[in-house]
Design a protein around this ligand. Structure first.
Ligand code: ZN
Length: 307
């Protein structure tokens, strides 16, 4: 059992109330901790700060209180690296694979992207080593996971916006984020995937298997969006492909997902200096197809899914 720490306060302090109100989700989708920090700053705003505020808006105290009451927003806390790693391990131990995959599948027909968001962090925990903060050449970041020794004023509301509005991990894939995702996942009630969920996910897999060999991840959305009932923006589609990569379903011979290989997410190679896609799907093309072993590991228990 992980000790009761600020992590638990962060993760479990706001019991999620269901169903999530549409109004709350819309507010959450516009939330940005950077906007909040800029708005609170006491110096006159720089032009780029003003442009950011103008583009993103600012969540009012009243709106933030409403999001908190909905279980969607969190007060900032300080988090230590070692506590976060311990939290990851404790929460991952409580997670059941079938709970993760049932919810992942149930996200398709329901459009509940938070249901989808447990797969990638749980997949990362298949190989993330249990470790203490290990100094790297950049002293504030861990050499193993790129987490910070201590994160001050962590605002998990941003991460929750990624869970609910994108459906998987955002840019940060460090222990403090993973433990938050897993803790939130554990609060979700089990859902049984429907025939429609299976149909949509099978269609996604069939599409991924039948792409032209040179197709890059950036080009997949144009094919996936043709699937009847699969509603995803370009960003939501990207995040889904990244999650399938992290789960080793979309990987390459050389660049493996986290089911079998842990790669420090902060030091993972990129296909090009312009690419900011997550590892390893960044390197994937249609020629790599769908990894049958990983698909069987995650979804082999569902006879409805074509492996
Ligand atoms: Zn670390």
């Amino acid at each position: 059992m992980a000790p009761r720490t600020k992590i638990q306060k962060l993760c479990e302090g706001n019991r999620v109330k269901r169903p999530v109100e549409k109004k709350a989700l819309k507010l959450l989708s516009k939330y940005s901790s950077l906007s909040q920090a800029i708005a609170r700053s006491e110096h006159p705003l720089q032009p780029y700060e003003q442009r950011w505020i103008d583009a993103r808006g600012v969540t009012s105290d009243e709106q933030f209180a409403y999001l908190k009451q909905q279980g969607l927003a969190f007060d900032p806390v300080d988090l230590g690296h070692d506590d976060a790693v311990q939290g990851c391990a404790a929460y991952a131990k409580q997670c059941q694979k079938s709970h993760v995959t049932d919810l992942f599948l149930s996200s398709f027909a329901s459009g509940r992207l938070d249901y989808r968001s447990g797969l990638a962090p749980f997949a990362m925990m298949q190989t993330m080593p249990d470790h203490r903060f290990t100094q790297s050449s950049a002293p504030q970041f861990c050499a193993i996971c790129s987490g910070s020794d201590i994160c001050r004023g962590v605002d998990a509301t941003d991460w929750n916006a990624d869970r609910h509005c994108a459906g998987s991990l955002g840019l940060l894939k460090t222990p403090e984020v993973i433990q938050f995702y897993l803790a939130q996942h554990l609060q979700l009630a089990r859902q049984a995937p429907t025939a429609e969920d299976f149909r949509i996910f099978n269609a996604i897999l069939d599409t991924l298997r039948s792409l032209e060999a040179q197709t890059k991840p950036t080009q997949v959305h144009r094919s996936l969006k043709k699937i009847d009932g699969f509603k995803a923006t370009v960003h939501q589609c990207r995040v889904l492909l990244e999650a399938l990569g992290i789960a080793s379903i979309l990987q390459t011979e050389k660049h493996k997902g986290y089911l079998t290989h842990y790669t420090n997410p902060g030091l993972a190679p990129s296909k090009s200096h312009k690419s900011d896609w997550a590892y390893p799907v960044d390197f994937w093309t249609g020629a790599d197809g769908v990894n049958k072993e990983a698909l069987a590991f995650w979804f082999g228990a569902y006879p409805e899914i074509r492996l």
